[in-house]
Design a binder for this molecule. Structure first.
Ligand code: AG3
Length: 292
């Protein structure tokens, strides 16, 4: 066998395959056209059109988002925590340079400030130019973009935000510190009373050890830790987990009001029942997040 060879049924052409963890080739997409391909100060930023999966955005060759299933990630990362909060006025998004989370956060009429703090200005510029399906939120009057380090930002803004969304890549490379205890402590102080945090927390199937590690740290810092899931075919295994944590909000539903969902307009993934059902976890995931 040559050093790198693929078997299986693949039609001719150039394919993009994510190989995130232990040599598992994950979803593969046939590329039609490269639109953007640059090395930033932090990572390799690529945007390309695929044959059947729309426009794809990758960082260091990991799938960040794509035209066909981005809604399953962004709606769940954003609406679950915002609807768990009684009146979110100030929302901070750490990472999320594609704009998808900003777009969803600005749909909430209570939100007066939706601030995106993204370390890599190149991602925001590329998204504004090429990611028409996520970039609408950049033009909203309550949106503010800060190009900078989210870790520094939370440290410098104690007692400032109602909801913090950590919309990062995997806990390797530039995003590793966004899964660390020191950062979570700063996030806790960055919250206003009643504040809530949601974070993407990886795939229980493909990276169970990361999931276990993330939740063991979250449990050290936050009194209330919940896990929920969404089905996102473009990510490793398609089954993706998220955390919802708080110092003082005990459950995802205690402040829930279904009238507020109506005000969000047409959604593609989130339905009010998910404020409860998304937290019903398969047995093996329950064990992982308990550290078993
Ligand atoms: N959020 C990326 C989630 C992690 C995906 N991991 C992977 N493909 N290995 C991306 C930001 C979307 N706004």
């Amino acid at each position: 066998m040559t050093e790198s060879q693929a078997f299986g049924h693949m039609s001719k052409g150039i394919w993009w395959v994510e190989d995130y963890f232990s040599g598992r080739g994950l979803v593969a997409y046939q590329i039609e056209k490269f639109l953007f391909d640059e090395q930033s100060d932090y990572q390799r930023v690529r945007i390309f059109d695929t044959k059947d999966y729309g426009r794809v955005f990758t960082l260091d060759d990991l799938m960040m988002t794509n035209e066909l299933d981005e809604f399953a990630y962004h709606e769940m990362l954003v609406h679950i925590p915002l609807l768990a909060h009684p009146n979110p006025e100030k929302v901070l998004i750490i990472g999320g340079g594609d704009g998808g989370s900003l777009r969803e956060a600005t749909k909430h009429p209570s939100v007066k400030e939706a601030r995106l703090c993204e370390i890599d200005g190149m991602v925001v510029e590329a998204a504004k130019q090429y990611l028409h399906y996520t970039n609408a939120g950049f033009n909203h009057p309550s949106s503010i973009v800060t190009i900078g380090d989210g870790i520094e930002f939370v440290r410098q803004h104690p007692n400032s935000y109602d909801v913090i969304l950590i919309d990062s890549t995997d806990p390797v490379g530039p995003a590793e510190a966004l899964f660390a205890e020191a950062f979570y402590n700063d996030v806790l102080t960055c919250l206003r009373p009643g504040g809530i945090v949601a974070q993407q927390t990886e795939s229980p199937y493909f990276t169970p050890q990361s999931v276990k590690m993330i939740y063991s740290i979250l449990h050290k810092v936050f009194p209330h830790v919940h896990t929920y899931m969404s089905m996102i075919p473009g990510y490793p295994s398609g089954a993706w987990s998220f955390s919802l944590v708080s110092k003082d909000v005990e459950t995802p539903t205690q402040h829930f009001n279904s009238q507020r969902v109506k005000a969000l307009g047409d959604l593609k993934y989130y339905v009010p029942e998910m404020q409860q059902s998304a937290f019903v976890l398969p047995a093996f995931v329950q064990k992982l997040v308990k550290g078993e």
